[in-house]
Design a protein around this ligand. Structure first.
Ligand SMILES: [Zn+2]
Length: 349
């Protein structure tokens, strides 16, 4: 095992500050680098008082109103998915869709990859973050991986899978009804490729798996560790890609088809715990992506990893949280320090 170095440095910004009577003010900016990818994130304590401007609290009246206004047209509600959603061929998926409990998997009408499916999460059109149940989420994960298995068995060039979610409009969802989006492609997604390439380079350099070294190093430091549930380690990201990023790292599985029954249980349970914590932090939206290694081999240099982040809250005329700083510079702002975030979320495990 190699010890991971968590690199950070500080910059000073100096200016005459009208908020402090025009004195020459100095603000400290901490810059963090992701140990694998070098991704930068910045923390400034001066922004602490600006959180309510950056992320105003969810307007639940507005959220409920939007849900009411869209329920009648929702193609998933009241069993309408039966007649409105596309179907795969019986050769790929007998019956064309995959129904498990209250979840239904069907093709995305406008796919972005060879295999791009949607999974409806339950009958309810609107769900708050504290209303996702482990059994519902587990069914959706099980169907997703069953679909991936069928894709890979029917076409072995489809080796790169991601399991994703956009929850609510500020997170990119076009419908309020909770759903996952799952993608299978002959090529890895851009960030997936970066993780795979960097993991391989690390493995060749150090002779060990970055993800195992990351978990072991974080466990020594303790302050970003949240919990270990079965094979999954839950962590607050040192240099997050989004607001309040929580990651789950698998100890054994290198791709999704290696998941055990326990993995599904712990993933669903842990995700629901984090969502409850987000809810109590007054956040209402999220994105996540689960990254898998290629399915044609086990990759000793890689482990499955889920990144889960908040997005802008449901408020009228919401301002995006993804602007030039994230979208083009590929940096991120740390709103809640990861160490404080971990301490808070730990209380939910
Ligand atoms: Zn609906």
């Amino acid at each position: 095992m190699a010890v991971i170095h968590f690199e950070r440095w500080h910059q000073k910004a100096r200016f005459h500050n009208p908020l402090k009577g025009g004195i020459l003010d100095t603000q400290d900016i901490e810059v963090r680098l992701d140990p694998l990818t070098g991704h930068q994130s910045m923390y400034s304590s001066a922004l602490e008082g600006k959180t309510s401007i950056l992320f105003p609290e969810t307007d639940y009246d507005y959220l409920r109103r939007r849900a009411e206004e869209t329920r009648a047209q929702c193609f998933m509600c009241d069993g309408r998915w039966n007649s409105t959603t596309p179907r795969y061929s019986d050769a790929l998926l007998p019956g064309g869709r995959l129904v498990k409990g209250e979840t239904v998997l069907f093709p995305n009408l406008f796919p972005l990859a060879a295999y791009h499916a949607v999974v409806m999460l339950g009958e309810s059109h609107l769900r708050l973050l504290n209303e996702f149940t482990p059994s519902l989420v587990r069914d959706a994960f099980c169907s997703s991986v069953e679909f991936f298995r069928r894709c890979y068995e029917s076409d072995s060039t489809i080796r790169y899978f991601t399991l994703n979610a956009n929850f609510l409009l500020p997170a990119g969802a076009s419908v309020i009804h909770p759903h996952f989006q799952i993608i299978g492609s002959p090529f890895p997604a851009t960030h997936q490729r970066l993780l795979l390439e960097k993991s391989l380079a690390y493995y060749e350099d150090k002779g060990s798996c970055y993800w195992i070294d990351l978990v072991e190093s974080e466990r020594v430091l303790k302050n970003r560790c949240i919990a270990r549930t079965g094979d999954l380690e839950w962590l607050a990201a040192f240099s997050p890609l989004g607001v309040n990023e929580i990651d789950a790292v698998w100890f054994n599985a290198t791709h999704l088809l290696e998941w055990t029954e326990d993995d599904f249980t712990h993933l669903a349970d842990g995700l629901c715990r984090v969502l409850r914590a987000y809810h109590d932090m007054k956040f209402s939206t999220f994105n996540f992506a689960v990254f898998s290694g290629p399915t044609h081999r086990s990759s000793p240099e890689f482990r499955c990893v889920m990144r889960l982040v908040n997005r802008q809250n449901m408020v009228t005329h919401h301002r995006t949280d993804d602007y030039y700083f994230q979208k083009l510079l590929k940096n991120e702002i740390i709103v809640n320090p990861p160490e404080q975030l971990a301490e808070f979320v730990r209380g939910y495990f």
